[in-house]
Design a protein around this ligand. Sequence first.
Ligand code: PXP
Length: 250
Amino acid sequence: MPLLLGVNIDHIATLRQARYAHAPEAHNAEPSPLEAAFDAMAGGADSLTVHVRGDRRHMQDADAFRIRAEVPLPLNFEMGVTPEMLDIARRLKPDFACLVPETRQEITTEGGLDVVARFSSTKDAVTVLTDAGIRVSLFIDPDLRQVDAAVAAGAPMIELHTGCFANALPAARSEETARLAAAAAHAHAAGLQVNAGHGINYTNIADVLTIPHLAELNIGHSIIALALRTGLTESVRRMKSLMAAYPEQP
Ligand code: PXP
């Protein structure tokens, strides 16, 4: 099975909101997340990720519903564990939901979900989403206790948070890669699908590809940044071609 690429297109909406936060549905509001979704698909995206945050700083509810209705790619709905988001997820019916921690001030999702500390609310959300036919992933730090809690919460997938790895200076990079590899091996042995994401770019992808048992990477910022120069279809294509070097996993 090749390593799949989920493209996070939230930052297309970030740019639109910079000008049209008061009227994201205006006829002249641009750029369009829907058009970006089609461009990503043309570049070979295997799925799309859309995060509707509680503060609606980028994607709006209408963006998620339109992309779900019109784009023939699997949709990964990134969401905080709140009654509001659970209600949206049940109506949106994405293929996947990735549960993330969310705080008002953060610039982006900063740490993994603390499944150990928030076990019962996480388990309840996994149950609600699973009952709605949505396959759930938990976005966690590469910590074996969090992996065990994800298994106990009934999630079939985890997404390993690669933020510490991406931010590490070269001297600390191999230690972070080893932590990710150990968490991936532990999760795979427990029967979980292992995804990874956050801060992955065209340079550090080489080290990411040494982590075993990966099924999917979720990448946004670096692909959107390169798209400013090459267009989104090409920036997705370039990431996919780098990912093609990932060895077949046992
Ligand atoms: N995965 C999750 C759970 C995220 O929260 C994010 C950032 O929104 C990403 C992946 C993508 O991270 P980046 O934009 O740094 O590639």
